[in-house]
Ligand binder design. Sequence first.
Ligand SMILES: [Fe+2]
Length: 169
Amino acid sequence: MGIFSADVNSLRELYLTTMEHALNSERQIAEKGLPAMIEKATNPQLKTAFSRHLEETKQHVMRLQAILDATEGEATEAKCKVTAALIGEAESQVKDAANEEIRDVVLIAAGNQVEHHEIAVYGTLRTWAELLGESEHAAILDKTLQEEENADAVLTELAERLSVAAPVA
Ligand SMILES: [Fe+2]
């Protein structure tokens, strides 16, 4: 089911299609984005923050998979182009970073962008779950949303400290 195909004609279908994209997004982050960010990060606190969020992200994959398995029989995924683009952009900025300090700042900024996208998606999914009467889904989606917001806040706090260490000009 693609988001621009003509067969999305109800909120429930839109909800499931969006969740299929979210599942793929989380999988890209768990399998590609965060492992690379952990490897490229220099500051130990930043490495730890990414590692902790990787463990949470694996849970996010499993939660979405469980909801989709229960609803669709077997979870289907739809390629999330936004996350693929965010990861691609981060990769090229990391390549351009000429020193470790700037690279860490790049990684934090990329992490914040991914988290903001996820926060928007989970906020939407939680609202739709409530409207569809899926209160159990809404509670699970809210739990993930809280973890994404926390990850964003941890990165923002690190950004304020580590950006000071980076060369200004
Ligand atoms: Fe996540």
